[in-house]
Design a binder for this molecule. Structure first.
Ligand code: SAH
Length: 216
């Protein structure tokens, strides 16, 4: 039997990621395997493989594929890692992460988004992702510590409450900067003596806001 053909838009999608510098094969494979069309609004399915952010419920966005791939690559994931994501949104980034590590815990402040993403991830079979309604600035103590932390909403500064949750040799990536402007992706690595901080690229994310959203 002939292998199922990759649709042209998915081939272009892979090509665009490679051209922009994504080279980690496991990351490229995860980007190929996760169906982005299942995470965007119904009316946007035709645009799912364009390299752009798209609107989702609650006035939030599903990130641009290149940024998802880039942040994932920069995390340097290993199969045994436990990963914390702040800002579940559609659940797309969580699905990508789940293919590359042992367990993903993702926190979202909108109930509508958390419930939607949880259901979507379960239907698609991403069984190692737990979606929690909560405030990513204050992750529940009982979640413990993480090998990797990825923040997918803009923070004015990286809170101590998150750095404290990194395992030794842990890595955190977050967009840091003004809420409505250009932010810089920052990669923080936990070392024996403290934290190393590196600036990566400029990005634009929706703001990280404190507390669980009062709106649904
Ligand atoms: N990673 C998502 C996109 C995230 S958009 C995806 O793949 O689709 C940023 C998300 O962060 C929004 O859904 C927003 O509601 C959420 N968010 C903002 N501040 C937060 C906080 N303090 N805790 C948890 N989630 C937060």
């Amino acid at each position: 039997m002939a292998a199922p053909q990759t649709p042209p838009e998915k081939m272009m999608f892979q090509l665009a990621l490679r051209r922009r510098g994504i080279s980690d094969r496991a990351v490229l494979r995860a980007m190929e395997e996760v169906p982005r069309e299942a995470f965007v609004e119904k009316g946007d399915a035709a645009h799912a493989y364009r390299d752009s952010a798209l609107g989702i419920e609650c006035g939030q966005t599903i990130s641009q594929p290149f940024v998802v791939a880039y942040m994932t690559e920069q995390l340097g994931l290993q199969k045994h890692h436990r990963v914390l994501e702040i800002g579940t949104g559609s659940g797309y980034q969580a699905a990508i992460l789940s293919k590359l590590c042992r367990e993903v815990v993702s926190i979202e402040r909108y109930r509508t988004l958390a419930d939607g993403a949880r259901k979507r991830l379960k239907t698609l079979g991403y069984d190692n992702v737990e979606v929690i309604l909560g405030d990513g600035f204050e992750p529940p103590e009982n979640l413990g510590t993480f090998d990797r932390i990825i923040v997918t909403a803009a923070m004015e500064k990286i809170p101590e409450t998150l750095l404290e949750r990194l395992e030794p040799d842990g890595v955190l990536i977050a967009p840091v900067g003004p809420h409505h402007g250009i932010q810089t992706l920052i990669r923080v690595s936990r070392t024996e003596t403290g934290f190393d901080r590196k600036e990566l690229v400029d990005v634009r994310f929706v703001p990280a806001l404190p507390g669980i959203a009062r709106e649904l």
